[in-house]
Design a protein around this ligand. Structure first.
Ligand SMILES: [Mn+2]
Length: 447
């Protein structure tokens, strides 16, 4: 068995250890229509992938726990050569059984029949994500059909558990392999942001920069971006989820790029803001350094025992002081912070978990609803920003149209943290130097 198959096996075993006696059901993602009979590119469900490493659609992982015995079962598409001609190779149940270290593998066509036997005798069902999809509908139909038979010969499910309660906890602490995969993704992200800085100039379109970053994330066998990237020139940076990426880049404006590559489905997530013409104006530099200062405060404080809420407070207080410094707010920083006056210019959180999902599906609160404390091998983003929309006439004129965010990916270590994305130019000096480079040289050099 390969090391990776052992990893997935260990995770399944760990999940079974956390369950009461019962049946856990984790389906793959389904295909989604883009237009008529064509589909969006398929992306595997993160939980299903975490426990199987399997990339096909139309598959379901079923974990069965009886009082003593456990069973790991995979349902997947059969190998049908005529179909494979159209949709590509399938692994098929026989090969899955040999290569995946599972106990049983069945055709997905037999799901209802075999699940009827599996569900009979189990009181508890663990459902991934509580979504109504093909798989859950089928499981509920089976349960209801069994329930309605007058003489029940065995236990039937009476309890449904949110499986995510168990899986999120597992995914919160990254294994060494997962950190390694994120570092691989980051290698591409580093090149992408360097290329973007070198390529950008007045007269190009946001879309040109989007395209060259997309290429960088895909070259050398890269898998592409981990999420829909944001390439926002000038005032577009003040639209937090700007995705149009199709406006002209103007001399004298800044450009904000929020983009990260994906590797083996692990995400990276980085934002840089830099001048379109390669040189910060005095006021742009001033605001930039205020955001950078707030980010440095947070990164300095990130260590085991802290919480993301505490880090958000550090960022918010620092930015509140900056807003006073910039003439946007006036008064006592602590009071302004308590009032939430800074939120108009810093409306979002300071970070989120990062992993298989760019906003990784991990808990922010424990079962007592207290903030989760940072521990070694948790990964999250630190992304303070300041946003001054051009249409806000209450702002000093020189600030209007400036939107800045700086985002890095942070791994908590035993005593502090490691900034995984530190290689991407970030100080004004580093950025202005990078903007002078030739982007083709960087692409040529590769990863
Ligand atoms: Mn982010």
């Amino acid at each position: 068995m390969s090391n990776l198959e052992q990893t997935y096996f260990n995770r399944r075993k760990k999940l079974l250890g956390k369950m009461n006696a019962g049946v856990a059901i984790i389906p793959s993602n389904e295909l989604h229509t883009r237009s008529n009979d064509t589909e969006h590119p398929f992306r595997q469900n993160s939980n299903f992938y975490y426990f199987t490493g399997f990339l096909e659609t139309n598959s379901v992982l079923v974990l069965v726990k009886k009082t003593e015995a456990t069973e790991q079962i995979l349902f997947l598409e059969e190998k049908v050569p005529e179909m494979e001609l159209w949709t590509g190779k399938r692994l098929g149940p026989n090969a899955a059984l040999k290569s995946m270290n599972i106990d049983k593998a069945y055709s997905i066509n037999d799901f209802e029949k075999i699940m009827t036997e599996i569900i009979t005798g189990s009181k508890n069902l663990y459902i991934n994500g509580f979504e109504l999809n093909k798989t859950t509908k089928s499981v509920f139909n089976i349960t209801n059909r069994l329930w309605k038979s007058r003489k029940k010969s065995s236990h039937l499910p009476t309890q449904i558990y949110h499986l995510d309660h168990l899986t999120e906890e597992m995914r919160l602490i990254k294994e060494p392999y997962e950190v390694e995969m994120m570092k691989e993704a980051i290698k591409k992200t580093v090149v992408g942001h360097k290329v973007a800085m070198a390529k950008t100039k007045p007269g190009l379109n946001e879309r040109d920069i989007h395209a060259v970053m997309d290429y960088t994330f895909k070259m050398d066998m890269g898998e592409g971006p981990a999420y829909g990237m944001i390439v926002a020139g000038g005032n577009n940076a003040n639209v937090l989820h700007y995705i149009e990426n199709n406006a002209l880049l103007n001399d004298g404006d800044l450009i904000l790029i929020d983009a990260g590559a994906e590797h083996k489905l692990y995400a990276s997530d980085v934002t840089r803001t830099f001048p379109v013409n390669g040189k910060f104006s005095d006021i742009q530099a001033k605001v930039y350094n205020e955001v950078l200062k707030s980010q440095e405060h947070v990164i300095h404080a990130a260590k085991p025992g802290m919480t993301l809420s505490e880090l958000h407070k550090i960022a918010s207080l620092s930015l509140t002081e900056s807003l006073i410094e910039l003439g946007v707010l006036s008064g006592d920083p602590a009071e302004l912070y308590e009032n939430g006056d800074h939120k108009k210019y810093y409306p979002h959180g300071t970070g989120h978990w990062l992993g298989l999902d760019v906003h990784d599906q991990c808990p922010y609160l424990d079962d007592q609803c207290n903030d989760i404390k940072l521990k070694e091998n948790m990964v999250f983003t630190v992304e303070p920003g300041l946003y001054f929309p051009s249409e806000d006439e209450s702002l000093p004129k020189e600030l209007r149209g400036i939107g800045i965010r700086i985002e890095d990916d942070i791994l908590i270590t035993k005593n502090g943290n490691e900034n995984l994305t530190a290689e991407i130019p970030k100080t004004i000096q580093e950025i202005e130097k990078q903007c002078k480079e030739n982007y083709l040289d960087i692409l040529e050099k590769g990863i």
